[in-house]
Design a binder for this molecule. Structure first.
Ligand code: FAD
Ligand code: NAI
Length: 475
């Protein structure tokens, strides 16, 4: 006997679980299938984000930042500490409990919103009368029929050819989040978001970290000035970078890993490290989904093909999040999930890809929204810029964290904000004002004329907006 639903969601990460909740709020009978298991084999909804991504990485970033502050910066405040130590097992247990709180929170939200949760792997069986049949295999073994199906099966880490993840010496994001003791030496392949965040965690805890990057430059997607400022800060902190490398081999030894590569000059080189994190991007995940059973179309990267509204090639089958095109970000997945549920209800769900913020939770933090100067130059669009350094901000001085700046890019004629780029303290929080401003198509002058609390870091945002018109007050 199969169970029938208006909406069956496959995948309980931020794209899937949020889509399920929104669909239930809109009055649909909803099922959500997720296969993630906790260490006891029980359900652990929340996907990559909750289990091995956003949440645990931020927990470790916080712990390691406390450790670095205690060791390097408390003395500036007159606080003395002796015998500072770090208990990695305790730090990891704290991280795991933060993850569990989030898993449990999602199960609670499913109950509250009357979403039926099925713990297991969902696979397409066939098109059924008035919908699609989806088999669940795992703790739950059921057949569900959904009038609509939303696929939100996420992504997996990409491995280097010939160097499969063993999560002991060669680590994906999963292993990188549970290294049992601080390695003396840690190699990272890829200086993208994961490389910088996880490299920072283990560097702060005492590892000597070397990052090997294929591209000749640093953080190509970020504003050039922001990338330069961040790179300077990371190098000062002790992260070692080598750019323009081509990895030629990864060899496991008893006590570590040896990476062979050619450097930017074309010379053969090698790096011997205790452990190696490989963070060279992620691939869309459709393992076990059985898309061929219903003729669901994938592209050459393995992503489910969707239009701008997350419609697949099949009627009433939708796909959201990392398994489709676009940035692999939790909040982008959530926005798509909400929009799809609303479209199923006949509403006009909407995702503005131009105002999806990016945040890198290093120290300094990096955050941006909208376009960079390089993109605007390539488009031939005339623009003006204004920047304000945290060095000239009273709150940043009081915090003892004056690295970086806020930078506005506005249309040369209309003054509409086209991009905001921040490197510095709490950039992750400051960027929200810029996102709101851009959603409302604000001008730089609009922000410049708004009263901002004093002393606050947000005054740097106001001042950067003033700088577009060359009238900063405090710099
Ligand atoms: P996922 O979160 O991957 O969820 C997919 C779910 O579907 C999983 O639970 C999986 O088990 C399940 N599943 C797959 N196939 C099936 C099936 N056939 N049947 C049943 N279940 C299935 N993004 C940010 O915005 N901010 C951050 O700070 C951030 N930090 C990150 C840090 C790391 C280390 C990593 C790796 C990623 C980070 N991301 C961050 C990216 C973010 O995690 C992803 O963009 C987000 O999780 C994508 O959500 P999703 O719902 O599309 O997929
Ligand atoms: P990434 O795309 O951010 O960076 C990958 C880096 O690896 C790039 O710089 C690329 O040039 C380099 N690279 C690729 N192949 C290489 C090779 N063979 N040798 C050396 N370098 C190579 O990917 P990453 O860091 O794996 O993260 C995946 C995604 O997860 C991110 O793009 C992001 O969408 C998401 N994420 C988001 C976070 C956040 O929002 N704070 C945090 C962590 C991950």
């Amino acid at each position: 006997m199969s169970q029938s639903f208006d909406v069956v969601v496959i995948g309980g990460g931020p794209g899937g679980y949020i889509a399920a909740i929104r669909a239930a709020q809109l009055g649909f009978k909803v099922a959500c299938i997720d296969e993630w298991k906790n260490d006891k084999g029980g359900p652990a909804p929340g996907g990559t984000c909750t289990n091995v991504g956003c949440i645990p990485s931020k927990a470790l970033l916080q712990s390691s930042e406390h450790f670095e502050h205690a060791g390097k910066h408390f003395a500036d405040h007159g606080i003395g500490l002796s015998n500072l130590s770090i208990d990695i097992a305790k730090m990891t247990a704290r991280k795991d409990s933060v993850v569990k709180q989030n898993n449990d929170g999602i199960l609670y939200l499913f109950k509250k919103n009357k979403v039926s949760f099925f713990h297991g792997r969902g696979s397409f069986v066939k098109a059924a009368d008035g919908g699609y049949e989806v088999a669940v295999a795992g703790a739950a073994n059921e057949t569900l029929v959904g009038k609509h199906v939303i696929v939100a099966t996420g992504s997996n880490a990409r491995a280097l050819p010939g160097a499969a993840f063993d999560e002991d010496r060669i680590l994906s994001n999963d292993g990188a989040l549970r290294i049992p003791s601080v390695p003396k030496t840690l190699g990272v392949v890829g200086s993208g978001v994961i490389g910088l965040e996880m490299g920072s965690v283990w560097r702060r805890l005492g590892a000597q970290v070397t990052i090997l990057e294929a591209l000749p430059g640093f953080l190509g997607a970020a504003d050039e000035q922001v990338a330069k400022e961040a790179q300077k800060a990371f190098v000062k902190q002790g992260l070692k970078f080598e750019f323009g490398v081509k990895i030629t081999g990864v060899e496991q030894a008893k006590d570590g890993v040896k990476v062979a590569y050619t450097n930017a000059k074309g010379e053969a080189a090698s790096l011997a490290v205790e452990r190696l994190i490989v963070s060279i991007g992620r691939v869309p995940n459709t393992i076990g989904l059985n898309p061929d059973a219903v003729g669901l179309k994938l592209d050459e990267r393995g992503a489910i093909v969707v239009d701008g509204d997350c419609r697949t090639n099949l009627p009433n089958v939708w796909a959201v999040g990392d398994v489709v095109r676009g940035p692999m970000l939790a909040h982008k997945a959530e926005e798509e999930g909400v929009a799809v549920a609303e479209r199923i209800a006949g509403q006009h769900g909407h995702v503005n890809f131009n105002t999806v913020p990016w945040v890198i939770y290093t120290s300094p933090e990096i955050a941006w929204v909208g376009q960079t100067e390089a993109q605007l130059k390539a488009e031939g669009r005339a623009y003006k810029t204004g920047s304000f350094p945290f060095m000239a901000n009273g709150r940043a001085r009081a915090l003892g964290d004056t690295t970086g700046f806020v930078k506005f890019i506005a249309d040369a004629k209309t003054d509409e904000i086209l991009g905001v780029h921040i490197v510095g303290p709490f950039a992750s929080e400051l960027i929200s004002e810029a996102v709101v401003a851009m959603e409302f198509k604000a001008s730089a002058e609009d922000i410049a004329r708004i009263c901002h609390a004093h002393p606050s870091l947000s005054e740097a945002t106001k001042e950067a907006a003033l700088a577009v018109d060359k009238r900063t007050l405090n710099f």
